[in-house]
Ligand binder design. Structure first.
Ligand code: ADP
Ligand code: MG
Length: 497
């Protein structure tokens, strides 16, 4: 094997080392920034109050609706919670027509959404729907509404469990007349216009959905402390003591239930340490950020999540490719590797993070999976063993750094909430393709957790980590349930039973 290639790969890999003392410093800084975020607005960690004040324990029962307006699709589902940590879910998914995303009015969009809810009810819950219409016709008190959780993946300023104003559209949406308005009220009026038996009970963030879904499905009745996402982006939501959320005092229109003394906080940890006081920073991280459409923000996310790891790897490999002494993936007298000029290797964001998982998973002597991944993703054929080994070295370094960085907010939240001291077991729910598919991602997180002095081997043993699927379905349904139980919140919206 060419030792120059391996030497250089090893040298670059070392730049991605994130040793125990750096993890420790990261944790201390995270705790500091999270306290700032609980006290005031416009801090690096937003620490957004979600107004969800209780987590489920698996005994919840009932039929709830959930809808999810993401970037491309509108998902409608009904969730039957059986009360024994299990559930059944029925769902439909509809593409949102382009013209509704950008050129219409908010009324057009929300009426479209309400019509999809109507179609879903007619197909899957027609009996309930018809009974409701009959009662309405007969002039009987119209009750027995479906409570609905609304997952809305755009920036909103939330002021209660079922209200939040749209700050701005993202992801190709542009309907100016909706900005500044309460998206729950917009959906509710469209639903009312169609006389549907549905009450918009909760506005839901996907991390909170993850936390709630895990808390319901996790074994035993112990509530979950933290829900964390490692997918396209990374973020987390955790259970905080109400009296620590001191900035709530300044929110005049805020209304919420205080009986549990807790509230779920959406950390928005993708922007942890945007000012780069403790985050590791290689030249590849710097170039990625400078060429991104939002330089200087989401700095933690840019080192951790699926949208970025492939691009970090691509830039490191490209540096070796452009180094004439190494000629990685360059044809020569001794190498007949081929890399076509239209390969995604040359395109920004061209390397998908799933390649890292495929490469990391390869345990063969002759690099079977590495070769398949290079060919499938980048049209690179006949790489030498040394080239494959170089790719493996870099992938491992970048993936491991991401996992060790992921341990920082997790450890910080374990320490900050004091749960390791007061509980025998602390449950954490995770979701996202990276944590689900990157080999040993959880193991590397745990290695780093054990290196944090206030966690250690004993603390790590208390942490139970489990995948939490379907946050926007089950999680949203559970938040609708919590909200519907909260009588305080009904009257302001005229929904009191
Ligand atoms: P979302 O974030 O939209 O909920 P996912 O959790 O599936 O969706 O995350 C998608 C991200 O994960 C993308 O950035 C993609 O590149 C990355 N990804 C997809 N498959 C894998 C995989 N097998 N291993 C690692 N990352 C993956
Ligand atoms: Mg997701």
């Amino acid at each position: 094997m060419s030792s120059a290639l391996l030497d250089e790969a090893t040298r670059i890999a070392r730049e991605f080392d994130y040793p125990a003392d750096r993890v420790q410093r990261g944790v201390e800084e995270y705790i500091k920034q999270s306290n700032e975020g609980l006290a005031q607005e416009n801090t690096t960690l937003s620490q957004i109050p979600t107004f969800v004040t209780a987590v489920p324990n698996g005994t919840e029962k009932g039929l709830y609706l959930a809808v999810d307006l993401g970037g491309t699709n509108f998902r409608v589902c009904s969730v039957q919670l059986h009360g024994d940590t299990t559930f059944s879910l029925t769902q439909s998914k509809i593409m949102i027509p382009r013209e509704l995303m950008a050129s219409g009015t908010s009324k057009d969009l929300f009426l479209f959404l309400a019509r999809q809810i109507e179609a879903f009810l007619r197909i899957h819950h027609n009996e309930h729907f018809e009974a409701h219409l009959r009662r309405r016709r007969d002039g009987n008190d119209v009750e027995d509404l479906f409570d609905l959780g609304f997952t809305f993946s755009f920036p909103v300023r939330q002021c209660g469990i079922n209200s939040g104003t749209l700050i701005r559209w993202t992801k190709g949406f542009n309907i100016p007349d909706a900005v500044g308005h309460d998206v729950c009220a917009l959906l509710q009026s469209a639903i009312d216009e169609l006389h549907l038996p549905v009450r918009v009970a909760a506005l839901v963030n996907d991390t909170v959905g993850t936390l709630m879904a895990r808390s319901y499905t996790s074994p035993g009745e112990t509530g979950t402390l933290l829900g964390a996402i490692f997918g396209t982006g990374t973020n987390g939501a955790y259970v905080e003591k109400l009296d620590k959320v001191t900035k709530l005092k300044n929110m005049k229109d805020a209304h919420y239930d205080t009986t549990t003394g807790e509230m779920i906080i959406n950390a928005e940890w993708g922007s942890f340490d945007n000012h780069m006081s403790v985050l590791p920073d290689t030249v590849y991280d710097q170039e990625l950020d400078a060429d991104s459409n939002n330089p200087g923000v989401q700095m933690f996310e840019k080192r951790v999540s699926g949208m970025f790891l492939g691009e970090i790897l691509r830039r490191a490999l490209l540096a070796m490719h452009n180094n004439p002494e190494l000629g990685l993936f360059k044809t020569s007298k001794t190498s007949n590797v081929s890399l076509p000029s239209d390969s995604l290797f040359y395109r920004q964001w061209g390397l998908d993070t799933s390649l890292l998982s495929q490469v990391e998973a390869d345990t063969s002597k002759d690099f079977v999976d590495v070769k398949a991944a290079l060919k499938d993703h980048l049209k690179i054929e006949n790489p030498s063993d040394a080239e494959c080994q170089a790719v493996k070295i870099l992938v491992h370094a970048i993936g491991k750094r991401a996992a060790r960085l992921s341990a920082v907010p997790i450890a910080a939240i374990l320490i900050h909430t004091g749960k390791l001291e007061t509980e025998n077991m602390v449950d954490v729910g995770v979701d996202g393709s990276l944590v689900e598919f990157y080999p040993k991602f959880e193991e590397y997180i745990r290695e780093a957790l054990r290196e944090v002095s206030q966690v250690g081997v004993a603390g790590d043993k208390k942490v139970r980590i489990g995948i939490s699927k379907d946050g926007s379905g089950v999680g949203a349904a559970l938040i609708a349930l919590v909200a519907s139980k909260d009588e305080n919140l009904r009257s302001p919206n005229g929904n009191a039973k």
